[in-house]
Design a protein around this ligand. Structure first.
Ligand code: HEM
Length: 433
């Protein structure tokens, strides 16, 4: 067995599900801005282009020097076909567009040995997932709900009135990190470290950016490894009901390698952080973009539950997930070759007019809002979705309780990523009741 702490940090390449983007900038840009990218890449980043692709070439081929052959799958039906067949379309070679599989194997990066279970196939994925699922099951959620509400109220009550502040920083990040600290039983005073580690996993190095170099990411993740190694040791002796204890003692996870352990921790941090955070910001931005929907919600708070689904659809916090073909096959008449990557564009499927009427608009009473694919579909369907829904529901119950209105003051700034569809800054003001 690998002693926790011993194997960490020796070689961090490929530890997280796909930080081994290697030399290429992959398809790095904001979803809404990509004018300097090669044709084909740029197209895939823009919602208008998704519309064209769905109509003209819904399973669209492309090849990049840095990333190899890949198909963009843009309709809800085709994405379900891919996600529903994990034997043909594997997760084990990575979940974001990466360097070609052959190179990845040659580099020793990626692959099941270093991946989190989101980047594995059954039966390993199922076994590891089962270990941590109790932390996000309804009975456990019912026990943490009062604490989540208390922490939400605390954050909302501390917001300044009559001045513009950043919703992302003050509310979305603060609440999701408090939530993570609760799930991991992570030292509360250090909770911002969790947000930082989550941010750097997928960040693209650039001057003045979240990180400036791959080396910086490496160094910071080393700190993450060291921190969790200590927690891992503590929880081995004194287990609790937190996620670290579950991984330390779970049958399927207790003997896993240090790299897998780190991969799974980062999966839980990133999975539960960015996505929920960006939905929290997206809900405020979206309801301001469609103010008549905001009015409807204020008039009838019973709509919160459906509004949450509709915002998760509209926002689509993760733009896509990747699969890799394990054999030559046919998808919608296209000849897919073994080793080809398939990008399942949830962002596009959630705007598919065959499924959603007026898909670009928010309609908090939309009857089929919960048919969105933001949580994926099939064996990997988001493990934390009930938790995310609960956090958002509590947030809006408490918002409606105490604020007349949250008003967006300027357009938000967006996350520089083709994978994470989110916000870095959203200036707002609040008026208390
Ligand atoms: C609005 C919030 C969220 C969104 C949009 C979201 C989205 C996703 C997506 C798209 C997947 C991959 C599905 C697939 O490949 O079919 C996923 C998997 C996962 N999510 Fe979430 N997620 C959210 C919140 C959370 C939270 C709060 C957690 C907390 C623990 C979490 C933990 C996970 C895990 C562990 C997986 C891997 C599941 C597996 O591979 O079996 N997610 N999520």
């Amino acid at each position: 067995m690998n002693e926790p702490g011993s194997g960490y940090g020796d070689d961090m390449s490929g530890t997280t599900f796909e930080i081994h983007h290697g030399p290429g900038p992959i398809i790095a840009t904001s979803i809404h801005a990509g004018s300097d990218l090669p044709l084909g890449v740029r197209e895939l980043m823009e919602i208008d282009s998704h519309e064209r692709l769905r109509e003209e070439d819904p399973i669209h081929f492309n090849e990049l020097k840095t990333s190899g052959r890949y198909w963009s799958v843009t309709t809800a039906a085709d994405i379900k076909a891919v996600e529903g067949d994990w034997k043909t379309y594997s997760s084990a070679s990575g979940i974001t567009l990466g360097i070609p599989v052959a190179k990845q194997v040659a580099n020793g990066g990626g692959g099941a040995q270093t991946a989190a279970f989101i980047a594995m196939d059954p039966p390993e994925q199922r076994q590891q997932r089962r270990t941590v699922t109790p932390a996000v099951q309804p009975n456990h959620l019912a026990t943490v709900e009062p604490l989540i509400r208390e922490r939400t109220i605390d954050v909302l009550d501390s917001l300044p009135e009559g001045e513009t502040f950043d919703w992302v920083e003050n509310v979305s990040i603060e609440l999701t990190t408090r939530m993570l600290a609760t799930l991991f039983d992570f030292p509360f005073e250090d909770r911002r470290k969790l947000a930082r580690w989550s941010d750097i996993v997928f960040a693209i190095p650039e001057p003045g950016g979240v990180i400036e170099s791959h080396e910086q990411r490496f160094d910071e993740l080393r700190e993450c490894v060291e921190y969790f190694s200590k927690l891992w040791e503590q929880r081995r002796e004194n287990p609790g009901h937190d996620l670290v204890s579950m991984l330390v003692h779970g049958e399927a996870t207790k003997d896993m390698s240090a790299m897998e352990h780190l991969g799974n921790l980062l999966l839980l941090i990133v999975g539960g952080n960015d996505t929920t955070r960006n939905t929290m910001s997206g809900s405020v931005y979206g309801l301001n973009t469609f103010p008549e929907q905001y009015d409807k919600l204020v008039a009838n708070p019973d709509l919160i539950r459906n509004m949450v689904q509709e915002i998760i659809r509209w926002q689509t916090p993760l733009a896509y997930m990747r699969r890799t073909a394990t054999c030559d096959t046919d998808l919608g008449g296209k000849a897919i070759l073994e080793g080809d990557q398939l990008l399942m564009w949830y962002l596009s499927a959630n705007r598919d007019p065959d499924v959603f009427e007026n898909p670009d608009s928010i309609d908090i009473e939309r009857a089929n809002a919960d048919q969105h694919l933001s949580f994926g579909y099939g064996v990997h369907r988001c493990m934390g979705l009930r938790l995310a829904e609960m956090q958002l529901k509590i947030l809006w119950e408490e918002i409606l309780e105490r604020f007349e209105r949250i008003e967006v003051q300027a357009e938000p700034t967006r996350t520089l990523s083709s994978f994470v569809h989110g916000y870095t800054y959203l200036p707002v003001t609040v008026t208390r009741k």
